[in-house]
Design a protein around this ligand. Sequence first.
Ligand code: ATP
Ligand code: MG
Length: 687
Amino acid sequence: DSTLQPAYLAKLNAEQRLAVEHGDGQIAGPLLVIAGAGSGKTNTLAHRVAHLIVKGADPRRILLMTFSRRAATEMARRVERIAGEVLGRDASVIADALSWAGTFHGIGARLLRDYALTIGLDPAFTIHDREDSADLMNLARHELGFSKTESRFPTKGTCLAIYSRTVNAQAPLGEVLGSAFPWCAGWAEQLKTLFAGYVEAKQAQNVLDYDDLLLYWAQMAAEPEIASHLSSRFDHVLVDEYQDTNRLQASILSALKPDGAGLTVVGDDAQSIYSFRAAEVRNILDFPQQFARAADVIMLERNYRSTVTILAAANAVISEAPERFTKNLWSERKSSQKPKLVSVRDEAEQANYVCQAILAEREAGTVLTSQAVLFRASHHSGPLEIELTRRNIPFVKFGGLKFLDAAHVKDVLAVLRFAENPRDRVAGFRVLQLLPGIGPSAASAVVEIMATSLDEAMGLARYRPPQRAADDWPAFVALYSGLRARSGKWLADLEQVRLWYEPHLERMHEDATTRRADLMQLEQIASGYASRERFLTELTLDPPDATSDQAGPPHRDEDYLILSTIHSAKGQEWKNVFVLNTVDGCIPADLGVGTKEDIEEERRLLYVAMTRAKDGLHLVTPQRFYPHNQPARGDRNVYASRSRFIPASILGTFEQTSWVSVHAKDDPRHRPEVRVDLGARMRGMWK
Ligand code: ATP
Ligand code: MG
């Protein structure tokens, strides 16, 4: 009887509803929803979770994994809204109880702390972000002497990338070197030694890097006794964006749910864009046959996001891909406006174009937050950021330099981390050298004391600092002891750190005032966290984004433009979308060693970018483009041409225009490219 069905089911189409009702609230066999962009996969997943809860599932026993913490929070809110309609007053309780919603890394960190003692980890471990990890890798390189004797030894960043890829792909080093880092293949033996040293250093210091969160989790889940305990904790495990998981993540899932019961994954193979982090599109393609009992597979083909014209262009781009599982999508959102392919002179003009178009749209009623500018790499938005700032257009940048990357914010966090884990050398080095008079050798001595002391605060108090540091030393010891003892409320502790740090800030930086504002902002962010450990973990894993406003993320009620790398725009949608530098050399990037597969991933990247748009899409193609990855020579700009993913055969799906700013018309460099000798013509008049 349809009148007894909850109203939320009526809003779904038949296939979405099948996915939501699969098992009808009970633990059922494995389910795969594989479908194109904007077909409602994420929406369906939210409805499925809500439906499970409405049917009586315990939200505390639901594990929900998404691509970012932002996406997880958004999903929990949607579930609350949907289930709340039916369950009434219990709504806010639902979202709180749905506490196991997060990223693979975030969930991993929580489980590892939970089981730390069982698996021989010290629960006070701290987590290194990529920069800290690279620093530790560098330390190991130096200690082994590789960076000195071997002049062409891979950089710390490359070493870390190779290490990370090997771990995430669960592949032998030789294989990873051969396929992804051929120019480093000669260093295989040294790299093995280096990685062993790096692993040892992490263990000695009780730090985990991002990859460890997955690696330890996978290893833990593979231990028979722990495995059954872990898997009985969660009745339902649901994963969004499954096409971008790697082998390690797939092995975690199959250890959690060996027979696939209670497991739901959704994704789109045409949007797989993380192979550089060892993501494995085979994960999603192999899922149906992975379990003893074949998974149910549901495909969605109607796109609810984009207009027919935008979809036609996006379909045209992806249709050229040689291998693809999901089918072309259709939409009922009629529109007479084709997506625009806009030719401009250079990147400065590109910035001008985007600014005026965005302002015009805002005049017409589209707020800034419904508009986004997407680009391949973070540095590509540089000229645009300058122009936005000049015109006072506020923006938030996703996936670029983070608020937390600012040196002063890192300093304060390092103090907290060092207090949390005295063996964390990277944090220790950073903190100690804030004190005038303490250089690398004194810092090493202190870090050594901390690594071996039973009572770290006492060890510090006994240490005799170099003469120049003597005045500042007692205040530091007092601060550190207080933080170790956790005597006060943790937010008050954070304030203490700032008060201690401020004089150093003023000594080191001319713009101390703006930096102090950042630290106040940090305290604001911190007030949302119950404990120091939770704050450090979550901020390290998923830091807040940088903004045009020095004082940190804007307030909720402010209107601001979104700037994002395409990778970070995954799963999101905006009314208007601008894609910068849709030219060869950028999309696809200039891939010197690019294989055919690498190029195909670039095509999917453009597809992801285009399918973020609901009503308006502008692909901008500057005729001259600054390739940041090439050594500078002469005029650094190169002449660029339209991306090869938009061949002449599909140009008809676009409206082609070229654009010149008023400003550029005044620029002497921008004159018609003709040569006429008017002087000769004048003289000729009298002949
Ligand atoms: P992506 O592949 O980009 O992650 P997706 O498949 O996850 O996309 P959603 O983000 O879930 O798609 O949905 C896209 C848009 O379509 C959203 O605005 C969503 O609210 C809307 N939508 C989904 N299903 C329906 C439906 N049955 N009726 C109306 N709107 C829908
Ligand atoms: Mg989605």
